[in-house]
Write a protein that binds this ligand. Sequence first.
Ligand code: G16
Length: 548
Amino acid sequence: MIVSTLDITHINCTPFQDQRPGTAGLRKKVSVFRQPHYLECFVQAIFDTLKLPQGARLVIGGDGRYHNAEAIQTIIRIAAANGIREIIVGQNGLLSTPAASLVIRKYKAAAGFILTASHNPGGPDGDFGLKFNTPSGGQATEQVTEAVFRTSQQLSGYRIASLPPVDLVRTGNTKCGELDIQVIDPVADYAMLMQELFDFAAIRTWLQDGHRIRFDAMHGVTGPYARRILVDLLGCPPDSILHAESLPDFGGLHPDPNPIDAAELVAESLRPDSADLLAASDGDGDRNMILGPGFFLSPGDSVAMMLASLQLLPGYRNGVAGVARSMPTSRALDVVAAELGIPCYETPTGWRFFCNLLEAGLIGLCGEESFGTSSAHVREKDGLWAVLFWINLLAARHRSLKQIADEHWRHHGRHYYQRWDYYTADTSRANAMLGALRSALPGLCGRQFGTAQIESADDFHYRDPVDGSESAHQGIRLVFSDGARIVYRLSGTGTAGATLRVYLERHVRDAAAIDRPTSEVLAPLGNLAAALARIGEFIGADAPTGMI
Ligand code: G16
């Protein structure tokens, strides 16, 4: 029992009813988080639920978005009042999400707070978010986040210590009474780990041979990481990095590495003088997009091709015990896993569902359609890791990205893949649509459409193989006899209205048909998906509001 000499106050307030975390933490408009007591109550609900031991160590860091600086000071004061005695925080409050996961693991922290709304826009009118990770470095499970939500609804107030603002600009140790605060270089541990996993010497040689890369940090947290690793350690010219400065409003950009939001990079890839590899990461550095000259690599293909070449890279010479993908992600990974004779697990959307599998050693590589890929080196998805993986692979295989993809597709067939999004301001309409579709499922199975039949129609239900926990209603899927599949689910990361996501996939085995435009191949399936779910009728949208 530690007797505190800190000046701690209990503030009474009315609980907030809307603090249910979504796919990855609690995400709300900045204005919501800035309401008096809002952040404080959510943080208190986390401490009340986690019941960390007195004197525990905590990691704090974020993507540098607007409101991070103030929020970090608040979290430090509440943490101190709740018995935390050691805090590790990234310099200037920065830690990319994968680096935070690494720091939590490496320094054996009891928990970590990551201040991010990931790829969501920032700034005073943008989004803010907070997620908390466990000692494994992974996000809290759905059961824990639900418990936090229940606690938040019954809270009578919060405890807060009176402390001067902590200087986050200089690295080093500070003592505030019995509280020890260590401000660390956010990049050092991460850069060290990357050098263990990848062949930096081979990459340097590849770059010296005249190959070029281009990395778009989208004014998110990865700028300083890319500068240290790509420029200082690998020798890329500084102008290889685009939007390198971390800015609180991401320079007004939408920091989401996809062909729509990273259009500038896509345009560069189409120029005759394109770099050999172009890549982008998001606000908090956990997502990645990979491009080659005139070529976009879909995330589902990326993880499948990574598995196929895994053992060429130093950190992965022994292969992996298994792999996993989220259910809506393309089944390209399954095909490679089957050939290698290793299991491929199918989980609900959300990186947290991979964590038990990683922790139990059942998998060593996993990926999602939402531009997330990672391995067992941390317990979050990792944008720069994926970029380094691909650079290392190009250097090791002496092939272009497109050549690697073509060879892969000729061998395994191609999984054409696209996501159609439909936004509605009225969440009840989207829920009504999914409800109607769910009721229609029994009648859909066995129905014929052209030359294909629906072989199975269900609402994905997951049972975690490690702890047996169950997660219901994780997406409606229709599997067709001709290699096509449609999946419907609602996004869990938005902060207003609802976005219906419709995932379209068609596996084509014929080597003569692997080079067709994706939208041409999938348009009929997308139209069928809209008709079957009566999207126009329920949501009032005749066409998707976004296609990725
Ligand atoms: C988050 C999760 C991802 C998940 C994605 C899905 O990504 O971390 O695991 O795939 O959300 O988003 P949605 O529910 O909108 O389809 P991030 O990068 O926002 O943390």
